[in-house]
Design a protein around this ligand. Structure first.
Ligand SMILES: Cc1ncc(COP(=O)(O)O)c(C=O)c1O
Length: 463
């Protein structure tokens, strides 16, 4: 049978842009990128001899250029690459540097602590201060520390299974909570299947996990009602597939259903801390049973935390045989180490303050406004969403309702072009979807640099 290939035109394409136009612009931008980065290219070629694909961590291959930028330095909201080009950083280490790069109070606290003991297997006063501050921000009384949000999530799930005696966990479809085995699951119709790219799973996630679309209380009720789900682990708003905001009443409904079915509700606020000093939980006055926060709280130094209600803490104490606490499957030699506690105290106490959020939120609103104006001016069938200090544009006229909706409207080539376009004009975006984050060091001028570049990109795409 003869197959006729027809070119997809701008009017046929769901993004409103013809793929051929994207490819044409991408070629030019890739050439520009390669020409402007000879030193980075040399470094990348050297690194290919000793690092898998020339990068220290596999997802760095996702940067939009022909090779990832090699960094010379980063300070505040700016970064400089090996070729000496300076960038406004709206990626901020995918939230690891939401406090800004090297904030002075964190640097000072770290320097002080370096001279006083880095890791000792003993608590310091800073740990108590950080626990008190997290309790104040998130409304949960008992805290533990880890080095990564991944570990904080893994340990929270273990505790939930232990104290409920139930085998399963539930997550939102297209969630991301770090490299937590149980969470790499999506739906194929009604079936739970491994998410594409899930490497060497120890156990088929269908055996461990129930998956529910975001914003779907009926599906959640079905997932929880047989009483086999120990924990529901959620970002209160999705941020890792693209920002997906809760429909009115959704998070209250989640709380009501988890309570009714005896499922531990865990809020992972690692990214959604962008909503305010207490994340979405604080901003909406929510009451999860457990809460995870990572990345931001050390101002760049590895530290994460998980907190629990009095009820969960009591049940945990009753369940944990302390004689075996060192081999129970939760822990970590450097977890809660002195240096990380000093950094977290400075980041929370002096950098990511209420006043800082009061400045960051209007900056994200300015970014959102600039992007929306460009979308309107060029009649692009796109939309923009914002969660506090973080905002994102989507290649769809209405913001997504759930993760599958966002995935269905993703366009990897167009995304790559837009990231590369702004990078060639001095702006770094997170290399996954189209998200920008503000730090206390970000300025209006920084935001406007993106708006200008984005406007020029749309002018080229929709000409
Ligand atoms: C919501 C959320 N939780 C957990 C993690 C895992 O963080 P880490 O890689 O620092 O363990 C991430 C990472 O992107 C995240 O976005």
């Amino acid at each position: 049978m003869a197959v006729t290939l027809t070119a997809v035109t701008a009017t046929d394409s769901p993004t409103g842009v013809a793929p051929a136009r994207v490819r044409e612009l991408l070629e030019t931008e890739l050439e520009t990128f390669a020409r402007r980065h000879p030193k980075t290219r040399t470094l990348h070629e050297r690194a290919r001899a000793s690092l898998l694909d020339g990068v220290p961590m596999n997802w760095m291959v996702k940067w939009a250029g022909s090779f990832p930028l090699f960094l010379e330095s980063a300070s505040g909201a700016h970064a400089t690459c090996a070729d000496g080009h300076e960038y406004v950083d709206l990626c901020l280490g995918d939230t690891g540097a939401m406090a800004g790069h090297g904030p002075a109070p964190v640097r000072a606290a770290v320097e002080r602590q370096l001279a006083r003991g880095i890791t000792t297997m003993l608590p310091t006063e800073d740990a108590a201060w950080v626990g008190e501050e997290l309790a104040r921000r998130f409304g949960l009384p008992a805290w533990q520390f880890t080095l990564s949000a991944t570990d904080a999530n893994r340990f929270s799930l273990r505790i939930a299974r232990e104290i409920t005696g139930r085998p399963l966990v539930a997550v939102h479809e297209y969630c991301y909570h770090g490299s937590v085995d149980e969470t790499f699951a999506v739906l194929d119709g009604d079936r739970v299947v491994p998410r594409r790219g899930n490497l060497g799973p120890a156990v088929d996630p269908a055996q461990t996990t129930r998956v529910v679309p975001y914003n779907d209380l009926d599906a959640l009720e079905v997932a929880l009602r047989d009483g086999r789900v120990a924990a529901l682990l959620i970002e209160p708003a999705l941020t890792n597939v693209g920002i997906v905001l809760p429909a009115p009443g959704y998070l209250d409904g989640v709380r009501e259903l988890t309570r009714r079915h005896g499922t531990i509700l865990i809020h992972d606020e690692t990214h959604t801390i962008c909503a305010g000093p207490g994340g979405v939980t604080g901003a909406m006055n929510l009451a999860p049973d457990m809460l995870v926060i990572g990345k931001t709280i050390g101002g760049g130094i590895p530290v994460a935390a998980y907190g629990m209600s009095d009820d969960v803490a009591d049940r945990t104490r009753a369940a944990v045989p302390w004689v075996d606490a060192d081999v129970g499957g939760i822990g970590g030699t450097l977890a809660g180490y002195a240096l990380s506690m000093a950094a977290a105290r400075a980041a929370l106490g002096e950098v990511l303050t209420v006043a800082a959020f009061e400045a960051m939120l209007p900056l994200a609103a300015r970014w959102e406004g600039g992007v929306q104006e460009a979308i309107d001016r060029h009649a692009a069938p796109w939309s923009v969403t914002r969660l506090g200090a973080r905002a994102e544009y989507h290649f769809m006229p209405e913001p997504p309702r759930d993760g599958a909706d966002q995935i269905a409207h993703a366009d990897a080539e167009l995304e790559r072009l837009l990231h590369l376009w702004v990078m060639n004009r001095g702006v770094l975006m997170t290399p996954f979807h189209n998200m920008a984050l503000m730090s206390p060091a970000t300025t209006e001028k920084d935001v406007d640099r993106h708006t200008e570049a984005f406007e020029a990109a749309l002018a080229a795409l929709f000409a």
